[in-house]
Design a protein around this ligand. Sequence first.
Ligand code: PLP
Length: 371
Amino acid sequence: MSDSVGEELLSFLKELEKRREFATGYPYNLSYDYTPLLNLFNFTLNNLGDPYVESNYAIDSRKYEQEVLDFFANLYKLPDDDSWGYITSCGTEGNLYGIWLGREVYPDGILYSSEDSHYSVAKAARLFRIEHVVVNSQPTGEIEYDHFEEMIQQNSRRPIIINLNIGTTMKGAIDNLDVVLNILKRNQIQDFYIHCDAALSGMMLPFVANAPQVNFTKPISSIAISGHKFIGSPLVCGVVLTRKEFVNKIETSIDYIGSKDTTILGSRNGHAPLFLWYALKKKDYQGLAKEVEFCLENSQYLFNNLQLLNYPCMLNNFSNTVVFKKPPIQLVKKWQLATQGDWAHMVVMQNINRHKIDTFITDLKGFRYLD
Ligand SMILES: *Cc1c(COP(=O)(O)O)cnc(C)c1O
């Protein structure tokens, strides 16, 4: 390796450190230390095939993948004998998986999701050729229940596959599972499959005492959560959980890998489960609950400061996504804010403390006095 390659890498690392300081618009926990895991990168860890069926390729981390899945199954009250899941390559793969299972259970089903749903939901409909009805959203980002009911009544003979948002991408809104279940009940719909997209909030709500609780004691069928969002991981990843009965519908045994083909991808990242496992072990339930509290309090702090400035803003209950009017482009760039139309948001994660929020508010004031 020539010296110039080393120099190039060093300067890239310095640049990344600078950029990380101002990464505030996307829901990634950037505060972690995984240095004890670095030697794992000398191994090609591949959880090829099913997480519960050993492959002939033995350099894997299935043991840790299963422990992570147990943690999530507990968190989401999925009974052991009905529990299945895997560590995905991201939240999107979890959504694709859940919606795919929905279609396998109900080949004639229609997919319903609100207009505030993540773009991966519409992508699932296109990939799997599922008829897709987009339901209106309320200004908060929550699904419009009356419109949902109207739409299902128009297609009353067809089974329902619904994507519920447990924390929307732009506004952090939570669709109310109980209200949706009531609608299904009063319309006497028995054939339904509920997939929950809980990319970010799925690792937050279970730790908040009075937050709405979505779990498998209710008739949900699958849930997807991102791994690199709240938990944080240098390798992007996710978790999907579902009931075993649905997976039995799709599984096939593959002689060549010596495992079952139950996942969307073939080769699967074997490092990601170890990163999640390590973080969950180190933090424990209490540590995670503290981090959730820290993020929610700081979101409220940012929101209060914006209100003091009379700056147009919004914050949903139990959310750490603070939505506000799109500031001048210089600020959008500097703080790497996510924007949609006239709006922007900051997602207050573990790496955003009050000092950082104060600096942002000072920046915002500076621009306000200019115009
Ligand atoms: C981020 C996000 C996703 C997708 O997760 P990726 O890990 O980026 O693929 C899906 N749904 C919601 C609500 C999200 O916020």
